[in-house]
Design a protein around this ligand. Structure first.
Ligand code: CO
Length: 158
């Protein structure tokens, strides 16, 4: 396992739409292991493959109990409610803003071996998963609030 470089705001890779994972092979395992180590090293709560420069639909999120959930090719099946809470992102170091997210989310996805599963969660972890899924579509949390828009303008980045 190794720590990879984090792609940060202003790099256009973050704005690209990630492609589905097709091969559930050893290189996917290595990517996920590296993502996990990178996230731990940088004190993140979630990480998507695009943040280490790989445009594939894969993410890892850390549960409140310290367990990790690996999510490949996710589809959101259902959301409920709306909650506004503070968020940050490894790709936007030092900036936090309150973002509105679903209170509950249910997804369908695959694990690293290609097994399909459904997962539902609420609160913090629902927020975390929604934030990471946004990354797979080129969306950053700074796009979603006025303070985030101002931050981008101040930094002169898209
Ligand atoms: Co992020």
């Amino acid at each position: 396992m190794s720590v990879r470089n984090i792609v940060t705001l202003g790099n256009e890779t973050l704005r690209k739409k990630s492609k589905p994972v097709v091969d559930f092979d050893e290189s996917l395992g290595t990517l996920l292991d590296d993502m996990k180590q990178t996230m731990i090293e940088k004190n993140g709560m979630g990480i998507s493959a695009v943040q280490v420069g790989v445009l594939r639909r894969a993410l890892i999120a850390e549960k409140e109990d310290g367990d990790f959930l690996e999510v490949i090719n996710p589809t959101i099946l259902e959301t409920k409610g709306k909650v506004k809470k503070s968020e940050g992102c490894l790709s936007v170091p030092g900036f936090y803003t309150e973002v509105e997210r679903p209170e509950y989310v249910k997804i369908e996805a695959y694990d690293r071996h290609g097994n399909k599963f459904e997962y539902e969660t609420e609160g913090y972890f629902a927020r975390c998963i929604c934030h990471e899924i946004d990354h797979l579509n080129g969306i950053l949390f700074v796009d979603l609030t006025k303070a985030g828009q101002e931050y981008k303008k101040k930094k002169g980045v898209q």
